[in-house]
Design a protein around this ligand. Structure first.
Ligand code: SME
Length: 152
C-alpha cells in the first residue's frame, strides 16, 4: 500500500476506532473490536494486543493465527518495545536479534506501546507477510489508535 492509500485508510478507520472505544468502557472489549477493525481494513497477517500482567506480556484480543501466549520483559520485538517504552518498526524480522517467531509467514512487524497514564498497559503488535510493510505513517496513526484504548 503506498503512503497516500495508507493515509486514506487510516483516516477512514480512526473515527470508527474512536466510536468503538467511546461506546464501551471495558478495555478488553475495546481491544477486541479495535484489533478486528484494523485487521480487516488493513489486511495484515496478525493484529493484536498483549497486556502487561504480573511482570510479563500476556496475549490479549487478536485476529490471525494462534500466537505465543507470554513474552518476557525485553524479549522479542514486543518485550523490547515494552522495555524501551517506544514504538518499534522491524522491516525484516530475520534481522531483529531475539525476534520471537510465532509464525514463519511473518516478515515485518510494528509494535506500539499502549499507555495508561505514564504506565505501559500493553502493546499493539502487528505483523505483515510482506517485508518492510510499516513506516512512520503507520507509527503516526497506530500511536493515535493505541492512545484510545485506555482513554477515559
Ligand atoms: N513476533 C513477536 C511475538 C509476537 S507474534 O508476532 C504475534 C515478537 O518478537 O515480539
Amino acid at each position: 500500500m503506498d503512503t497516500t492509500a495508507k493515509t486514506r485508510a487510516y483516516e477512514a478507520l480512526l473515527p470508527q476506532a474512536g466510536a468503538l472505544v467511546s461506546g464501551e468502557s471495558d478495555v478488553v472489549a475495546r481491544m477486541a473490536n479495535v484489533a478486528a477493525l484494523l485487521h480487516r481494513e488493513m489486511g495484515w497477517w496478525w493484529t493484536g494486543f498483549y497486556r502487561v500482567l504480573d511482570g510479563e506480556l500476556v496475549l490479549g484480543p487478536f485476529q490471525g493465527p494462534v500466537a505465543c501466549t507470554r513474552i518476557a520483559f525485553g524479549r522479542g520485538v514486543c518485550g523490547t518495545a515494552w522495555k524501551e517504552r517506544k514504538t518499534i518498526i522491524v522491516p525484516d524480522v530475520e534481522q531483529f536479534p531475539g525476534h520471537i517467531a510465532c509464525s514463519s509467514a511473518s516478515r515485518s512487524e510494528i509494535v506500539v506501546p499502549v499507555w495508561h497514564n505514564d504506565d505501559i498497559f500493553g502493546v499493539l503488535d502487528i505483523d505483515s507477510r510482506e517485508l518492510d510493510a510499516f513506516d512512520d505513517t503507520d507509527r503516526h496513526f497506530l500511536e493515535q489508535v493505541a492512545a484510545r484504548i485506555c482513554a477515559d
